[in-house]
Write a protein that binds this ligand. Structure first.
Ligand code: UT7
Length: 320
C-alpha cells in the first residue's frame, strides 16, 4: 500500500510585524479588545514586491530542503490560495517558474481558509494512486491586499504568509484520512464582492466582508463535528491525538475545538497570536513551527482542521 508522508515542512512570514498598537493608530480599536476577542497580538504584512508566489517560494524552498530532495524531484505543485498575484498566470505557475522546474503540472486550489486541507487531500489521492512521488503543497496568502484597512471589524484579523510541505510516497502510514465539506448556502457570510464577471465595472472594492458572529458559531459547530467524524473514521479515541494543528482564525474557536478533544492547550500549536489569520497559510505555518521547534516528532499523530469562506471546511489525520 502507498501512503503520503510529510517529508519536509517550510514557512515564511514577512519581516514587517504590525502590532495591535500600530493598528490602533489607524482605526478605532485597541489591543485589549483584539486580544480578548481573537487572541491576536500582531501580524506580519507583505512589503512592497512581496506576493503570494514570492512568499510561497521562500516557504517551498525550506520544505524542499527539509525533505532532502531537489526541486527537480517534484512531480506536481499545488498552491492553495485566495489571493494569487494575478488572475493569470496562476500563482502555482509563477512558483514553478521561480523554483526552476518547468514542465511539471502546477495548479492553484481555492478553498479559502480550508485550502491547505483540501490541497493535501488532493495530493494524497495522486500519491495513493501511484501518479506522483513528491508533491509540493503550499498554502499562501496576501490577505493584506484584500483587506479594507479602514474597517476595524476585519482589518485587525488578517495577516500574510506562506507554509509548505513536501508530501512523499512511502510504505509506512502518513496521511491516514482527510475529510472535506462545503456548504455554499453560507456564501453571504464571508466574501469578497467582486469577481471575474464584474472586475472591470466593479463599484464595490474587492475587500473581505464578514458576518463575524455567524461565522464564529458555524465554525465551532462544524469543527466540533469534524473532529468526531475524523476520529470515528480511524477508530481512534481523543487521547490518541498528540497535536492539534488548527486553522488560526480565533483563539476562542481553537479553544472550543481543543475542549471537544479534552486536549490541554499545551498540545495545540498556536500561531494566531503573532500571525493572525493567514487563511490557507495558517495550518502549514503552524505545522512548520511545531516541527522546527522540536515539539512535533516523527510518529506523532496530528489532527489538522480548518474552515473558511464558502463555507468550506475539512480535516486531516496524519502520522508525522
Ligand atoms: O478564517 C475564516 C473563519 N473566520 C473566523 O473564524 C472568524 C469568526 N468570527 C470571529 O472571530 C469573531 O466574530 C470576531 C473576532 C470577528 C468578532 O468578535 P465578536 O465577539 O463576534 O464581536 P462582534 O462582532 O459581536 O462585535 C462586538 C463589538 C461591536 O460593538 P457594539 O456593536 O457591541 O457596540 C463591534 O462594533 O465590538 C466592536 N468591534 C470592535 N471594537 C474594537 C468590532 N471590531 C472591533 C475592533 N476593535 N477591531
Amino acid at each position: 500500500m502507498i501512503y503520503s508522508k510529510i517529508a519536509g515542512t517550510g514557512g515564511y512570514t514577512p519581516n514587517n510585524v504590525v502590532t495591535n498598537y500600530d493598528l490602533a493608530k489607524k482605526v478605532e480599536t485597541d489591543h485589549d479588545w483584539i486580544v480578548q476577542r481573537t487572541g491576536i497580538h500582531s501580524r506580519c504584512l507583505a512589503t512592497a514586491g512581496e506576493t503570494t508566489s514570492s512568499m510561497s517560494f521562500e516557504a517551498a524552498s525550506k520544505a524542499i530542503n527539509a525533505a532532502g530532495i531537489q526541486a527537480t524531484d517534484l512531480d506536481l505543485i499545488i498552491l492553495a490560495t485566495t489571493t494569487p498575484d494575478k488572475i493569470l498566470p496562476t500563482a502555482s505557475c509563477m512558483l514553478q517558474e521561480k523554483l526552476g522546474v518547468p514542465n511539471i503540472p502546477a495548479f492553484d486550489l481555492g478553498a479559502a481558509c480550508a485550502g491547505f486541507i483540501y490541497a493535501i487531500s488532493v495530493a494524497d489521492q495522486f500519491i495513493r494512486a501511484g501518479n506522483a512521488k513528491n508533491i509540493l503543497v503550499v498554502g499562501a496568502e496576501h490577505m493584506s491586499s484584500i483587506v479594507d484597512w479602514s474597517d476595524r471589524t476585519t482589518c485587525v484579523l488578517f495577516g500574510d504568509g506562506a507554509g509548505a510541505v513536501v508530501l512523499q510516497a512511502s510504505d509506512s502510514p502518513g496521511i491516514l484520512s482527510t475529510h472535506l465539506h462545503a456548504d455554499g448556502r453560507h456564501g453571504d457570510k464571508l466574501f469578497v464582492p467582486t469577481g471575474l464577471p464584474n472586475l472591470a465595472i466593479a463599484d464595490e472594492p474587492a475587500y473581505v466582508n464578514m458576518r463575524g458572529q455567524e461565522v464564529f458559531k458555524f465554525a465551532v459547530k462544524a469543527l466540533g463535528d469534524i473532529v468526531d467524524e475524523t476520529l470515528d473514521a480511524n477508530n481512534m479515541d481523543k487521547s490518541d491525538i498528540d497535536w492539534l494543528i488548527p486553522h488560526q482564525a480565533n483563539l476562542r474557536i481553537i479553544t472550543a475545538t481543543a475542549k471537544k478533544l479534552d486536549m490541554s492547550m499545551e498540545k495545540v500549536i498556536l500561531t494566531v497570536d503573532k500571525h493572525a489569520n493567514t487563511s490557507a497559510a495558517s495550518i502549514p505555518l503552524a505545522l512548520d513551527e511545531g516541527v522546527r521547534d522540536g515539539r512535533i516528532k516523527r510518529g506523532d499523530k496530528l489532527l489538522m482542521e480548518g474552515i473558511g469562506g464558502g463555507f468550506a471546511w475539512g480535516s486531516a489525520l496524519v502520522i508525522f
